[in-house]
Design a protein around this ligand. Structure first.
Ligand SMILES: Cc1ncc(COP(=O)(O)O)c(C=O)c1O
Length: 397
């Protein structure tokens, strides 16, 4: 901990835990203490940690070829993109490979501007799309944006969950509407039924692109392969990242063929795009997801987990609301959740926040009922302790 603190930029809100090992839904710290991981490294380890298929693929590829710039062809890259396009929503069959969620959004922004020949991007209040300058311009929270002004021009934010706001915001200059189907970092906000369908319709009527940022909502997370499939809406461009290479860094922008064709040679690229090492992991990750029916398992476990979280509401009136779909949950409390996250970790359960008052749970698709019960028991205990402490100390919310 001292060495990291000394030599790394101090930009992460560190928890006093040193993780050294993981298997499935469990991780262990340097002292051998076991945790149920409902954070999955911010939604990366959806297959669970060190999935055997991913481990084997990475080991084999490491001996074969690790790096290969995309100016040369490569067998693993070809295999990965073919597997990917087999599972993406119909029509989204051209991919650009990069290294992170923010990069997948950067590509989508450039693509929309190039294809439409217009600059304006409409995003939602409360949205999170990453922290590179383009993605940051679409991100809403001013604590991320303000220190870095001026950002990229021609980004507009409108109120979420109201399609009329999008209709009103679209102008002659608009290239695209960019949104997360479920806002993750913004508090795990599931949209009202009909909203995404209406946004799709508006984008078609007004002839602007619809970009879904599925960096957090894809790969089975919501009980469907892609979040948008819950509402049967297909975007023109989709941003993917976190879990698609079984834990290795990846970003993917998929688009309709005619849209992707607007980017010409040299107009967008990155050195590590589609490295064989990452693509081998990606092939194994997609195989595991499909062959082990993990999306269906996530849907089933999601119903159980949500019912248990809702059950906590009867014991703790400090819980304002439980939201979520599949295995993506937000438990909104009536006060700051910082202590809850630290205390849960102390008792062996890793959870995240999503804003000041929301505990976010992003467990792996492979979690089982026993592990869910363990997480619930810890949350029950921690919420009770916090309630008692606040009652006796009269801590303000
Ligand atoms: C919806 C969404 N978009 C983009 C990003 C940025 O991804 P990365 O941190 O890999 O750049 C995130 C990260 O949490 C995200 O949740």
């Amino acid at each position: 901990m001292d060495i990291e603190n000394r030599y790394l930029a101090n930009v992460f809100s560190k928890k006093p835990v040193v993780l050294t090992k993981g298997k499935g839904a469990l991780v262990w710290d340097i002292n051998g203490k076991e945790y149920v991981d409902c954070s999955t490294s911010y939604g990366v380890a959806l297959l669970g940690h060190c999935h055997p298929k991913v481990v084997a693929a990475v080991q084999a590829q490491a001996e074969q070829l690790i790096t290969c710039h995309s100016c040369y062809y490569n067998d693993r890259r070809a295999e990965f993109t073919q597997k990917l396009v087999k599972i993406t929503p119909k029509g989204l069959d051209k991919a650009f490979l990069s290294n992170s969620g923010a990069e997948s959004v950067e590509c989508a922004i450039k693509l929309a501007r190039k294809y439409k020949g217009k600059p304006e991007i409409i995003a939602l209040m409360g949205a999170f799309h990453g922290k590179t300058m383009g993605a940051l311009s679409a991100t809403w929270d001013k604590k991320y944006r303000e220190p870095f002004m001026p950002l990229v021009p021609d980004f507009k934010h409108v109120a979420p969950d109201n399609a009329d706001k999008i209709r009103e915001a679209i102008t002659e200059k608009t290239a695209a509407v960019l949104m997360e189907p479920i806002r993750g970092e913004g508090g795990v906000r599931v949209p009202p039924d009909g909203y995404l369908q209406e946004v799709r319709q508006i984008c078609d009527e007004k002839n602007v692109l619809l970009i879904f940022d599925e960096v957090q909502t894809s790969f089975g997370r919501t009980g469907k392969l892609f979040g948008c499939e819950n509402w049967s809406v297909t975007p023109d461009v989709m941003c993917l990242a976190k879990p698609f290479a079984g834990g290795l860094p990846i970003g993917i922008t998929v688009a309709k063929e005619n849209i992707m064709a607007s980017l010409k040679i040299g107009e967008h690229s990155t050195t590590f795009s589609g490295s064989p090492f990452v693509c081998a992991a990606g092939c194994a990750a997609i195989d595991a997801l499909i062959e082990e029916n993990l999306t269906e398992h996530a849907a089933e476990m999601g119903v159980y987990f949500k019912s248990r979280l809702e059950g906590l509401m009867s014991n703790h009136n400090i819980i304002k609301e439980v939201r979520g779909l599949g295995l993506m949950f937000g438990m909104e409390l009536r006060f700051d959740v910082h202590n809850i996250i630290l205390k849960s970790a102390e008792k062996g359960v890793l959870v995240l926040d999503a804003g000041r008052t929301v505990v976010r749970l992003l467990p792996p698709l492979v979690i089982n009922k026993k592990q869910i019960d363990r997480a619930i028991n810890v949350l029950d205990e921690v919420l009770g302790e916090e309630e008692n402490e606040r009652a006796s100390a009269k801590v303000p919310d």
